[in-house]
Write a protein that binds this ligand. Structure first.
Ligand SMILES: *[C@@H]1O[C@H](CO)[C@@H](O)[C@H](O)[C@H]1NC(C)=O
Length: 376
């Protein structure tokens, strides 16, 4: 290569700061802040301002933004529905949850960080991108606001949101939105949900290459495994989960219901002390090419929604009618298995962007190499 060509290539790389790659699956085509000039917030206030203003933005995180302590401490009487052992989570009495739903649970005093309770407002047309392994948000999550669309969260770690407290805060909230891509994100030590799609329509969402780390000193199952993983409760949601590492959880990873079509492909579930899937009424799940290793129950029983679990190659051929190719088998090691082959809902994939699938045999190596913040 000539020197001038090398300089041109370097200039292009420098200009390309921002989002890497493109979303697969339902949120294919999402552009976030597009070609807006990147901004580099230096304080928590600046980060909040860039995420919540109405300009398209490419927001590059080059450091840790620690929100802990920025809004003071909340205290009061909460409850301990899962016991008072030192490894148990306890609950804040948010919206009278303890008094209404857990009247017989032991009362406990709670002291939590208020910053965690509500995520940072994220408006439309934003890319939030970590630089290398530097982009970390501590003590507060991201909340894509009602009506927002076109948001990319890539290569960011969101951690340490009141891990002791249920209702202490969620890492990523989407509710009443469209076109959201969560990619190469790590979430760890969270009070409530790592990712939650609320009851309103979240429409098209892709969650890829992300690391849901359920390791926690406090758990609703009191065993170091986080219960509140991924909650997909939409009224009209299309969710692709591809290439994610869902580690050390004990439930709701994911819980799918409402009216949610989930394509779960090439994900790796490892070490779960309870169940991975919970499929309630209105949850429609196509699971293919995933690996379940050391998972007590791949799905909680009973399944009230519909599930096509790609059980064998003969059955999997039917996928060609709906997604244009056969479905891939899932792999199981020392693990409970999914075994259901509902096909009625597969017609819902018609006309949608469908993620590709690799054989499950390549998933562990690929997820270990790629999933999470800092692995881009
Ligand atoms: C987001 O960007 C699109 C395309 O540029 C534009 O049409 C839309 O109005 C923007 N949305 C908001 C809320 O600014």
């Amino acid at each position: 290569m000539k020197i001038t060509a090398i300089f041109a290539a370097l200039a292009m790389r420098a200009a390309a700061v921002g989002v890497s790659g493109a979303a697969e699956g339902f949120a294919k085509g999402v552009t976030g802040g597009g070609s807006a000039a990147p901004v580099y917030p230096s304080t928590t206030d600046e980060l909040v301002s860039y995420l919540g203003d109405s300009s398209p933005r490419v927001i590059v995180l080059t450091k840790t933004f620690d929100f802990r302590g920025t809004e003071g401490t909340g205290s009061g009487t909460g409850c301990a529905p899962w016991g008072t052992g030192s490894g148990c989570q306890v609950a804040i009495n948010q919206n009278n949850w303890c008094t209404e739903y857990q009247p017989n649970a032991p009362k406990v005093s709670v002291n939590y960080d208020k910053a965690g309770s509500l995520g940072i407002t994220v408006k439309s047309n934003k890319s939030i991108v970590g630089s290398g392994n530097a982009g970390v948000i501590k003590g507060k999550g991201l909340r894509i606001v009602s009506g927002a669309n076109n948001v990319i969260i890539q290569n960011v770690a969101i951690t340490d949101i009141n891990p002791k407290y249920v209702w202490g805060g969620d890492a990523i909230t989407v509710n009443d939105a469209d076109m959201v891509w969560i990619d190469h994100v790590t979430t760890a030590r969270i009070g409530r949900q790592h990712i939650v799609l609320g009851t309103k329509a979240s429409k098209r969402v892709t969650i890829s290459n992300s690391f849901i780390d359920g390791t926690s000193d406090y758990s609703a199952t009191c065993d170091g495994y986080h219960y509140w993983g991924i909650y997909l409760f939409g009224s009209s949601d299309l969710v692709t989960m591809k290439g994610n590492y869902i580690y050390h959880t004990s439930g709701r990873a994911p819980k799918v219901q409402g009216n949610t079509l989930l394509h779960a492909v090439n994900n790796y579930w490892y070490q779960n002390s309870g169940h991975a899937f919970e499929i309630g009424q209105g949850g429609y799940v196509l699971a293919e090419g995933n690996v379940f290793q050391n998972i007590v129950a791949a799905a909680e029983s009973p399944i009230s929604g519909q599930l096509f679990s790609s059980p064998d190659t003969n059955t999997n051929a039917v996928c060609s009618n709906y997604i244009g190719r056969a479905c891939q088998l899932n792999g199981y090691g020392s693990s409970g298995a999914l075994s259901q082959a509902d096909t009625a809902f597969l017609t819902n994939f018609g006309g949608k962007n469908i993620a590709s699938a690799s054989a499950y045999t390549s998933v562990v190596a690929s997820v270990n190499a790629n999933a999470g913040q800092g692995k881009l």
